[in-house]
Design a protein around this ligand. Structure first.
Ligand SMILES: [Fe+2]
Length: 157
């Protein structure tokens, strides 16, 4: 997971309910799914792990929030100066993964695709089965993986 200092920083600027639909429980599941997928997809694990805790951290509403991906990308850039230690390429990947994760796109780039798949496989939390047409990686499209992600909800709620 991420270190306590970084999580505390993210928490103090988070405007919504900490254990709400887009809060810490969701981020933790996205992290777990991302860490499972990354070795299978060849994704950069550091970027995927950070995406989990940053991508929704700047939401201003749990409803449609058109610019929350862009705000998350800006937060990543701010955090990188003191906390993240990403190189230029990693920061570019995290920027793109955060910036466009709310646009319903898929990506052939393994790290970005893995970030988005980890997020979408947690759609079970709102009783929504992840659609394969909105998944980027073959690993995430595996029926057993989709069912496993559903099981994470049952165990944590
Ligand atoms: Fe999310």
């Amino acid at each position: 997971m991420i270190d306590d200092t970084l999580l505390a920083y993210i928490k103090q600027q988070y405007q919504l309910q900490w254990d709400g639909i887009h809060g810490i429980d969701h981020w933790t599941r996205v992290w777990r799914i991302g860490m499972f997928l990354a070795p299978l997809t060849g994704a950069n694990q550091k970027v995927v792990g950070l995406f989990a805790f940053i991508h929704d951290a700047c939401r201003q509403t749990d409803k449609a929030d058109r610019h929350h991906g862009m705000r998350a990308a800006r937060l990543a850039a701010r955090l990188n100066k003191e906390h993240l230690g990403l190189d230029e390429h990693e920061l570019e990947l995290l920027d793109r993964a955060c910036r466009y994760h709310d646009r319903g796109m898929i990506s052939k780039e393994p790290t970005i695709g893995t970030c988005w798949d980890a997020d979408r496989l947690d759609l079970w939390r709102i009783d929504c089965r992840p659609e394969k047409s909105y998944l980027s990686t073959g690993a995430a499209m595996d029926d057993e993986v989709i069912t496993w992600a559903q099981g994470l909800i049952r165990r944590t709620q």
